[in-house]
Design a binder for this molecule. Structure first.
Ligand code: SIN
Length: 305
């Protein structure tokens, strides 16, 4: 197979695929299984200071072209989760600890604790579209994004990634704010805020009414956001949103993503998706004369290659 290894913010990845936050990443056991199945890196479930049970069920709806979730950031809290991070590192791939908080200070404290637990990098979840007081509520403000990144950088000695919301008309401004705050990379995109109604019942399906749409349906939005961000900042971009095939990954890379995250694709194609997507990327490179992933980076921007 062609060499498809990449380096992102000093992290060496055997391939450009990462497990996205929220899928099979709440226990060391499931993260070790994903590492074994070929992922280049793993992002953990988003973790807060205290244990949290999340939104009432139903919390996930299967749609034609994706999933709508309103999990509500359920997690065991950082103290319990630290053990899982330590254990998950035995899988031999970088572990990126995702954290969320209600304030910039809380996010920074969690970033520090995640790094102390052994995470190779920290992803700040500044973008959950349906958890009151967290995520996009804070992450829709460029000032708060900048401060969160600045404080998180001070609190931990590992790379800091800022995961941004597409539920604004100014994601590139948020990326610039993250860069000003010292973030090492930005991750785009989180889910699109959405809703589903059961016509027979005449009521919203999700317990929380509103949720976040993921999967193939949102890929064009993700590609557009990565493309815009790539033209706005110098720091690396990591693409996420509907990556299901190697071709999807190549699209993101050509838009400007140094690596891609897969979440809903694991539900669609199973854990084997990482190996399959890597094989598909290699095949594409062979057929189109690319010798490295880097050669494909940002080629969709005229004059940038
Ligand atoms: C959740 O746990 O509610 C999903 C996290 C997110 O949308 O960022």
């Amino acid at each position: 197979m062609t060499d498809i290894s990449v380096e992102v913010c000093g992290l060496r990845l055997r391939n450009p695929t990462m497990l996205a936050s929220g899928v099979l990443d709440e226990t060391a056991r499931s993260m070790l299984a994903v590492a074994k199945s070929g992922a280049g890196a793993i992002v953990t479930k988003s973790i807060g200071i205290e244990p949290r049970s999340g939104h009432p069920n139903p919390s996930v709806v299967e749609l034609e072209d994706g999933l709508l979730n309103a999990m509500g950031l359920p997690n065991p809290g950082i103290d319990l989760f630290s053990k899982e991070v330590k254990e998950a590192r035995k899988g031999g791939v970088p572990i990126i600890g995702s954290v969320f908080g209600g304030t910039e200070e809380e996010i920074a404290e969690l970033a520090g604790m995640m790094a102390e637990a052994g995470a190779d990098a920290v992803e700040l979840n500044l973008s959950c579209p349906h958890a009151k007081g967290y995520g996009a509520e804070l992450g829709s403000s460029p000032e708060r994004v900048e401060t969160s990144c600045r404080l998180a950088k001070r609190a931990c000695g590992v790379p800091v990634f800022a995961k941004l919301t597409p539920n604004t008309s100014y994601i590139a401004e948020l990326a610039k704010a993250a860069e000003r705050g010292g973030a090492d990379a930005v991750v785009a995109i989180n889910t699109l805020k959405g809703m589903a109604i059961d016509p027979e019942a005449g009521m919203p399906i999700l317990g929380n009414r509103f949720g976040g749409l993921s999967g193939p349906a949102i890929k064009p939005v993700g590609i557009r956001c990565v493309y815009e961000i790539y033209e706005s900042v110098e720091i690396p971009v990591i693409g996420v949103g509907g990556v299901t095939t190697g071709r999807d990954a190549v699209e993101y890379i050509m838009a400007g993503a140094q690596a891609v995250q897969l979440g809903t694709a694991v539900w669609i194609r199973g854990e084997k998706v990482f190996r399959e997507v890597c094989r598909e990327i290699s095949q594409f490179m062979k057929e189109n004369g690319y010798d490295s992933v880097k050669e494909m980076l940002g080629v969709a921007h005229s004059g940038r290659h």
